[in-house]
Design a protein around this ligand. Sequence first.
Ligand SMILES: Cc1cc2nc3c(=O)[nH]c(=O)nc-3n(C[C@H](O)[C@H](O)[C@H](O)COP(=O)(O)OP(=O)(O)OC[C@H]3O[C@@H](n4cnc5c(N)ncnc54)[C@H](O)[C@@H]3O)c2cc1C
Length: 492
Amino acid sequence: MNRDRLSAWLTACEKLLGAGSVNAPLRPGPGNGGTNVSLFRSRCAPATVQPTTAAQVRHVLRTLSEEAPGVSVYPVSTGRNWGLGSAEPVDDGAVVLDLSRMDRIRSLDIELGLAVVEPGVTQGRLARALQDTPVMLNVTASSAHTSVVGNALDRGVGLRRQRCDDIIGLEVALPDGTEVRVGAWPDEETPRAPYPHGLGPGLVPLFLQSNLGVVTAAVVKLLPRPEHSRVVAVRFAVEDVESAVDGLRHLYTRGLAHGVLKIYSASAVGVYGGPPRSEYVAYICVDGVASVVAAALAEVERVLGDSGLFTDFRYLSPTDQGADVVEDVVLHALIGDPSRNDAMLRAIFGVDAHEVDATGDQGWLFFLPMIPFTGRAVAQARALLDKVREATGVDCGMTVNAITTDSIDLVVSIRFTRNSGEAETAHRALDLLYEWFPAQGFVPYRVDIDHMGRVPALRSHPGQSRLMELLKTALDPQSLISPGRYPAFPHH
Ligand SMILES: Cc1cc2nc3c(=O)[nH]c(=O)nc-3n(C[C@H](O)[C@H](O)[C@H](O)COP(=O)(O)OP(=O)(O)OC[C@H]3O[C@@H](n4cnc5c(N)ncnc54)[C@H](O)[C@@H]3O)c2cc1C
């Protein structure tokens, strides 16, 4: 990359976008992982450009190839992709295109349950805008200050379903600086059904976990707010995990329970800032009108009680104060309220969301395999985590998020003290997870910046990489956008 051209281009960007919109460089250079909370290799300090409108984003892209050949941009929404790289680009030298100042809720349609939001809109802000309405946002357990769009684009997981299922339309700036809207887009003059598929091949998924464009706005499908919800919390012993998971699945396949089933392993609650436990805890949500909820709860109690595996039955309302920070998040987030999430974040990191990367002595890593929703698969995963503990001494937290009746987003979390030998051991444990889980068919569905090079080998068929390469070459021949992110082939 030609540094003079980069610097001239950044000066031109600042002229266009206004004072304070360009930072170069942002963070400390090479060393022990810069300032991302995961301590992923921070190779050199990235420059940052902060546009405030979609037109500015398109302009930035248009000028990129002409005025700064060889430079690429790495768009982030709020850049709080903690555990996976935060706002750090995959490719050394990419300029971070920080979209957090594009924070307009462009429109809200409560009747059809649609919000058009820009990348900087946080889940806290959108959730507040929906308070006391019949619809709610599918919120995650991360900070209220994280983005709706960025999380969904990386296929994050909320308490109700996987976030990408909430996205029905996208406004995208293509690498040549042109605009395209894909999927469904609300039209006030001529109302249309919020039907994402359109005609021909679906185009929305092209921009999920993708480096083919910069998303400047998204149409988010909001969920009907349940009339009544109750949450059953139960415990079970570590050695019963296989039968317990099978028993819990039965509730979901029979339609008795709703949203994402959450199970925290004995150590996971402690990793997330709650009190350490010796048993697993599961949260099962039941929604509906009052009579239906009452009938379903009776059946849940009967099924789980008859199995003899579960203890400590508690029947909670999502507005109750949870017994600990983690429970408090689960209860409230289930009804679209992320207002408790930052208390959990503070319990983990000891600082607020905007300080997690820059300060604090706690480090954080995620490994996120998708595994079948069967007791056998969860027990197998547990055994692999035990093997990692024996090899490294790292006791990973394990959270089961059953996102459908077939698939579990298994959240493996590692917390470590940053300025200590623990950091290196934590990263060694992560490398082992990337080796041992895929070998058993448990492939990650979302990858951190240090392990992006493994993505091609993790795809289910090698032809997919060739197809990805054809798409990338057609849309972004100069590789201007997020090089190395979910790449066609290992990136050099
Ligand atoms: C305690 C804790 C709990 C957590 N709980 C959850 C949870 O329940 N569910 C969950 O999913 N995650 C969770 N996380 C992880 C993480 O914090 C969230 O996923 C968070 O929402 C991601 O940050 P963000 O929203 O700022 O997205 P960003 O960091 O802005 O975006 C993520 C990635 O998407 C791409 N991208 C973003 N915006 C654009 C764009 N406009 N155009 C093109 N590409 C783009 C970029 O490559 C970026 O790196 C948790 C983390 C912690 C520490």
